[in-house]
Design a protein around this ligand. Structure first.
Ligand SMILES: Nc1ncnc2c1ncn2[C@@H]1O[C@H](COP(=O)(O)OP(=O)(O)OP(=O)(O)O)[C@@H](O)[C@H]1O
Ligand SMILES: [Mg+2]
Length: 310
């Protein structure tokens, strides 16, 4: 895979967008008001989260990437728009008055989270229905669709999105949530992590049982492939042709959050560039191994994946 080929990939990311906010603080005393620490906030950092992080990861690999979603017309929504403007991602974010943007606020002291506070609200169905028109238009320009479901309600019409994309011959990759995957029926590839997979398919004792459960779910959903990401155990791909297991590759592990976003974004970029599914999975596993070794930045670029001379 060359950077030029990756730049040919056109990836449409749709789903729940969120702002990851960090308040780095110092703690030197206990509050006189209640037995809790007092955090003196010294620095704020905002990062693109959820579907926006997926889009950022696809764009970092060179893919032409569009992000379609709704946020609120509030501070966090404007901040997301500003952050996106600094990236190569083409933003199709709609700021909706009255909607609260999903925000995860972490108060961090001495490299530890003191607390995480979540702000979120489910977008109204009408707003999301409006988004469908734009979705239809965007389908025309993209080869691969990523539906990034964080369970925040932004993918109310996911079944129709999958169906429309498949009718037009687009590949549809889904990062799933919840107990019922029937709305993902017909997808090209679904990428649950271990806990997500166990929630829909049940626990497994060994790889044989995992494979049986994965193939049963894949067939039931009429999906071309199912990829179970297994954190430090790597990932397992299940298709009609059988299964492929790839061991985890990380040299050092600093920050595993967002690794799943890197996985699905890399798969999308690789498939959009014409790569085979197996090869895309191997590359996604390497990309995840690199990103978990990073603090702060949450994406991987082609030079890291294919060092010159390697
Ligand atoms: N501790 C780890 N050591 C090595 N590789 C890891 C580790 N954690 C994650 N990875 C890599 O990242 C991939 C995705 O991780 P995981 O299965 O935890 O997804 P996830 O739970 O969706 O991640 P997140 O939701 O935090 O983005 C794994 O398949 C593996 O390649
Ligand atoms: Mg995940």
């Amino acid at each position: 895979m060359t950077p030029d080929q990756l730049r040919q990939a056109r990836v449409l990311v749709v789903g729940d967008v969120m702002l990851d906010r960090y308040w780095f603080s110092s703690v030197d005393r206990i509050s006189p008001e209640a037995p809790v620490p007092v955090a003196l906030v010294q620095r704020e950092q905002d990062r693109l989260g959820g579907a926006a992080n997926v889009a950022l990861n696809a764009a970092a690999l060179g893919a032409q990437t569009t992000l379609l979603s709704v946020v609120g017309a509030d501070d966090a929504g404007r901040r997301l728009a500003t952050l996106l403007a600094d990236t190569p991602v083409r933003s199709a974010l709609r700021q909706v008055p009255g909607l609260r943007t999903t925000l995860k606020l972490r108060v961090v002291a001495r490299q530890q989270q003191l607390i995480r506070m979540d702000f979120e609200a489910v977008p109204q169905r009408e707003v999301l229905l409006d988004l469908m028109d734009r979705y239809e238009q965007e389908l025309g320009f993209h080869d691969v669709v990523v539906l990034s479901d964080y369970g925040k309600g932004g993918l109310d019409h996911v079944a129709r999105m999958v169906q429309r994309a498949r009718e037009l011959g687009r590949k549809v990759l889904i990062d799933p949530k919840g107990r019922d995957y029937s709305r993902y029926r017909g997808a090209t590839l679904i990428t649950p992590n271990r806990a997500e997979f166990a929630l829909v398919a049940g626990d497994w004792r060994d790889d044989t049982e995992l494979e049986a459960r994965a193939q049963a779910l894949r067939t039931e959903l009429d999906a071309q492939a199912l990829l179970v990401t297994r954190a430090d155990e790597g990932m397992s791909l299940f298709t009609a042709a059988g299964h492929l297991h790839v061991a985890a590759q990380a040299k050092e592990v600093f920050d595993v959050s967002g690794a799943g976003d890197t996985v699905i974004a890399t798969l999308a970029a690789m498939l959009g560039a014409g790569e085979s599914l197996e090869q895309a999975v191997r590359t996604a596993n390497r990309a995840a191994g690199i990103v978990v070794g990073k603090l702060g930045t949450a994406s991987v670029d082609p030079a890291e994946l294919w060092p010159a001379g390697a």
